[in-house]
Design a protein around this ligand. Structure first.
Ligand SMILES: [Mg+2]
Length: 263
C-alpha cells in the first residue's frame, strides 16, 4: 500500500484524463474522528464547505456511504446535493428518491425484534451504545470497561446465536463495534457499483475512501473498475491500494481535488 500523497502527480494525471469523477467517502473515521458515542460526531465547517464546493463542481459526483441509518447520515452531513447511502448501502438517497435494496425490506421486523431484545438484555451496560437503524443494528462497546467486556460479549452472542444459526442475520465487526445485518449479499461495494451505473458516465474515474473493515467491500469494487481505493489509517491487510494517514489527510485530499474545479 502506498501513501497517496507520494504518488500525487501520477494520480492527478490519471484523473485529468477522465471527464467525471465519482468520489465516495465513508463518514466516521474518514471525514470525522471516531467518537465514543456516534451521536456526538460533528462534521467540521471547513470540511463541510469543501464538500459543498466539490459537489457544486461539474466534474464531481459525491457520495457518502456509511453504516449509519440513512436519515442519521443525512442529518450529520447536511449537504443538499450529495448522494447518501446508509446502513452500509442498503438504503440510498439519489436524486430525490430513496432506494432500498429490495431483499432487505423483509428483514426489518426481525432486526427490530433483535433490537428490542438487545435493549432489554443490555440494561446493565449503560456504557454500551446500541444503534437501532431499521435495517441493521450496531453495538458500540468503546466505552465499556475492559472487565465488563467479556460479560457483554457473552450476552450479545448468546442472544444472537439462534438467529445466526439459521442464517437470518450476519454479524460483522468494525472498530469497537459489532454489527447485525440481514444475511444478504449487499454491501458498501455493491452500493458503490450501483451508484456508478446510475451515473451512466462513459468516462468516469472513481475514488473510494474509508477506514473500517466494512469499507473493504468498496475497496474491492473500486479496484475492479480501475479506480482509486484509499484507506484512512493503516492496518495489516487491506484491499486498498493507497492510504492516508488520518482525517486531516482526507481533508487535504478534498482541497487537492478542488483544484481541478478551479481550472
Ligand atoms: Mg468508518
Amino acid at each position: 500500500m502506498q501513501y497517496l500523497f507520494s504518488s500525487r502527480r501520477v494520480l492527478e494525471k490519471r484523473m485529468q484524463a477522465k471527464k467525471h469523477i465519482l468520489l465516495c467517502l465513508d463518514f466516521d473515521g474518514t471525514l470525522v474522528p471516531i467518537y465514543p458515542r456516534p451521536q456526538d460526531a460533528l462534521l467540521e465547517e471547513n470540511v463541510r464547505s469543501g464538500l459543498v464546493k466539490l459537489s457544486s463542481c461539474k466534474f464531481f459526483s459525491i457520495g457518502i456511504i456509511s453504516g449509519r441509518a440513512l436519515k442519521d447520515i443525512k442529518e450529520k452531513v447536511k449537504i443538499k446535493h450529495l448522494i447518501y447511502a446508509g446502513n452500509h448501502g442498503l438504503e440510498i438517497a439519489y436524486r430525490g428518491k430513496i432506494f432500498i435494496y429490495p431483499p432487505a425490506k423483509k428483514y426489518i421486523p426481525l432486526i427490530i425484534e433483535i433490537g428490542k431484545k438487545l435493549t432489554r438484555a443490555l440494561r446493565a451496560f449503560p456504557q454500551a451504545v446500541l444503534e437501532r437503524k431499521g435495517l441493521s443494528l450496531s453495538l458500540h462497546y468503546r466505552l465499556v470497561k475492559l472487565e465488563k467486556l467479556s460479560k457483554l460479549r457473552k450476552i450479545f452472542f448468546k442472544l444472537l446465536k439462534p438467529y445466526l444459526a439459521v442464517g437470518k442475520v450476519k454479524l460483522t465487526h468494525g472498530k469497537k463495534v459489532w454489527e447485525v445485518r440481514p444475511s444478504i449479499k449487499w454491501d458498501k461495494g455493491k452500493a458503490f457499483l450501483w451508484l456508478k451505473d446510475k451515473l451512466k458516465s462513459r468516462d468516469l474515474f472513481s475514488i473510494y475512501i474509508g477506514d473500517d473493515l466494512t469499507d473493504e467491500d468498496a475497496f474491492r469494487a473500486v479496484n475492479k473498475i480501475g479506480g482509486l481505493s484509499i484507506l484512512v489509517g493503516r492496518r495489516k491487510s487491506s484491499q486498498a491500494k493507497y492510504y492516508l494517514k488520518n482525517i486531516q489527510d482526507t481533508q487535504k485530499l478534498l482541497r487537492v481535488l478542488l483544484e481541478r474545479c478551479a481550472r
